[in-house]
Structure formats: C-alpha cells, structure tokens
Write a protein that binds this ligand. Sequence first.
Ligand code: 5AD
Ligand code: SF4
Length: 468
Amino acid sequence: MDRTSVIVPEAELRRQRDYVEKLSRLHAGRQPLALVDTFGCQQNVADSQRIMGMLRDMGCGFTDDPNRADIVVLNTCAIRENAEKRVYGALGQLKHAKEARPEQILCLCGCMAQQKTVAEKVRKSYRHVDLVFGPQALWKFPELLYGVYTQRRRIFSIDDEPGAIAEGLPVVRESSVKAWVSVMYGCNNFCSYCIVPYVRGRERSREPADILAEVEGLVREGYKEITLLGQNVNSYGKDLAAPMDFADLLGEIDRIPGDYLIRFMTSHPKDATDKLFATMARCGHVAKQLHLPVQSGNSRVLRAMNRGYTREQYLEKVERARSLMPDLVLTSDIIIGFPGETEAEAMDTVSLVEQVGYDALFTFIYSPRPGTPAAKLPDPASREEKQRWFDRLLEAQNAISARRHQSYVGRTLRVLVDGESGDLRWPLQSRTAGGRLVHLAGEKSLIGQYVNARIVDSNTWALFGEAE
Ligand code: 5AD
Ligand code: SF4
C-alpha cells in the first residue's frame, strides 16, 4: 500500500483546525452543549474521545441530557443486529428532543453510518438526522459540521474510502488513569460473518514514532493503564515502509520508563506468534493478559468462518503462551449458531472452552450481517435451538470462571484502583494486572493508585478484596 495516500497531510489537518476555529467563533457568546453517545467496542470509545476533543476545541461543553443538547452525536456499532436496533431506538427517542429544539444538530457516525443501506434508511425515514459520516471520515468532522451550520442542509459523508490515518487530533479522555491508544485501523481478514472490514476499511498502521510519543506523553501525565487498540493488533506493521511487527512495537513501548501497564486488544490467533508470547513474557510493563478470540471450537466451522486456524492449532498456541506465561489471564470471543452449525459442532466449542479454562468469555449468538458471505448461507437451526446451545456454553463458562476466581481467595495481589463502585461494603473498583475485576474495601483517596489487595471472596464475575 502507498503510505503517503493513507496519511492525512498536515495541510488537510490544518484546514480542519481552521473549521474548528470558525465554529468556535460561531459559538462565541454562548457555550453550546454537546452529547456524545457511544455504542459498541473500545475503538468506538476511542473515536468518541476524538470527537469530544474536536467539540471541546469548538467551544462546546458536554451534557447527558438530549433536551439540553445543541449537538448530539451517536457513534454507532454494526457488529450485530441488536446493536443496530438500539441505535434506531435511540434515534426514535431523539425525535422528541429535536421537535422541542429544532435548531439541534443530530449526527450519526461510526460503523452503522458507513453502510449504504443504513444511510439510505436514515435519509428517507429519519429525517431529523442532519449529518451522517463513517469512521473513515472522522477527522473531517469539523468541516462537515460547519457545512451543516452554514448551509442548513443534511450532509452524508459515507464514500467507500480505503481509510486514512489522521495524527494529532485533539482528545478528551474520560479517565485520568486509563487511556486507549489506537495502533492500527481497519481489518483485512474478512471473517465470513463480520461486517467490520466493510465499514472500517483496510488495515493501516500508525508510525511507531507517533505511537511511542503518545504513550510516552500519557505515562508522563500519570496514566497507569494504556490499552493498545486495533481490530487485529497482531498484523501491526505489515504496511509500514520499514516493517516491524507488533512484538517489536511492544518491546519498544516497554522501554519507556515509569509505573504503568500496557494491555492490547484484539489478537487474531492466526497471527499470534511465539515471538509475541516471548515478548509479552519478557516485558515488565506488558500485562500477562491475552484476549484471543477463538469464535468456535470446531475446525469445519472455523474454516467456514474463514478464521485461518484449526481447533488443534488454536490449542497449541494457548499451550505455548501458557508455557511462557504460567499466570496468563486468557479471554475469548465465541459465536454460537454460525449458519449450518450443528449441535455436535456447538458442543465442540463447549468442550474447547472447558479444555482451555478461560478466565472470562464474551459470547454471542450469530447475527446475519447483510453483505457478508455468511449471511448468504443456509441457516437451518432455529433460534430456540441456538439459545439452548448458548445456555450450555454459559453454564460451562460460569462454572469455570467461578472456579478460577475462587483460586484467588487468600492471595494478595497488586491492583490498580480505577474508580468507585457505588457499593457500600466494597466502595472501590480495581483491576489486577491480568485485568480481573476486584471490588475493593478501602478509602476513596486510593483512586488512581496501585495498592496491594488481599482477596477475601469471589463469585462468577469478580473478586472481592481489602486494601492493605
Ligand atoms: N454475529 C455475532 N457475533 C459477531 N461478532 C462479529 N460478528 C458477529 C456476528 N455477525 C463477534 C465476534 C467478534 C466480536 C467482536 O463480535 O465474536 O470477535
Ligand atoms: Fe471481524 Fe475477523 Fe476482522 Fe475481527 S478479525 S474485525 S472478527 S473480520
């Protein structure tokens, strides 16, 4: 890929900053309020923080109340039908707010917005939406918003662009302890069920120097937990002029001095190498935690999903990773009910889950995504049948999680206190280095700090501890 074509030139970014300037002049005299509502994954959370950064620089304050907002942005997710339904529900409700405040500007962005069918539906049936733009156009938000303000017309920016890298966008981080850092965008894998490659464009990696500078800045500001993001971080660097891989990047980041942890997601098993595991094991700042989505425990289904590995190959990788990191915390994503999956195949997934003994799982029932190859496959199993398989999977995992959590009781672990829980007995929330949730008894003043926690109890979902 031609690198110069994916990096947004400085002159373009300057033009966008000029629009921010113009908008802040338009806003002069009265501070407008913005509401940014985020659906879906961490990448969307990170994107919303950029959108909020741009809005802040335009002079906006923020609100949670759609009836007070001058600008509403819905950052949407297209991964499953349910996610889309929630967005349409939110759009329906926002109609009332807009009727009461006709000058309100309603923006729809993110993965749903990039789909032509959705854009058409919004154009025709959700006429109160003023601006629609896909993830590829995020950096042009100031120009697009300025267009809506000055031309008082609806704007749709959803061209099929391969996607770009825009550096130096402003950002509002929601925490002073944890931060997200995208290392790459897009996905080239085309798993047969997945809409992501169609809406987020081709894989493109940020320059290592830009990533290192961002992480260094965050560590200097006191951030303690930095999560590197990408649809498939393990293919990081393949498109760089001076190729380097994700393990090299982790090694470079690890050299930044300070008291912080690096996490990352998501890893594709086919690209998770011994070198990656060895680097994780060696690097003191890198959490011994791996989210390694398996999706299915049956090799025929894995082939139909276009995942690029078999059950056996996956299990081998897990074994290698654990041999290098005995305390590794391992989590996964699973899809039950892929078109044509039989009960026996679904039970292969349950048996894989039991064999691996994950710390936690993110489980989904297959949802057909229009335009993906899997959506065209015959899908004879009924929803009720899939639900039964799904319940068996959950039951198996709940027992494993409870058992694994039980084994922490009596140990003392270093945890990062990241907020309040609202529970009187365990007023704090914290995470172990492996990313497990610990409800903690202790003083509020510990928020943002590492403490030693004695684990006194556990259940299926969390640990309970006392700060020492
Ligand atoms: N249906 C159900 N789950 C899906 N995922 C991706 N696409 C679909 C789909 N069409 C799940 C995968 C992925 C996670 C982010 O969402 O498990 O890893
Ligand atoms: Fe979707 Fe597969 Fe890419 Fe993940 S790796 S975003 S599941 S296509």
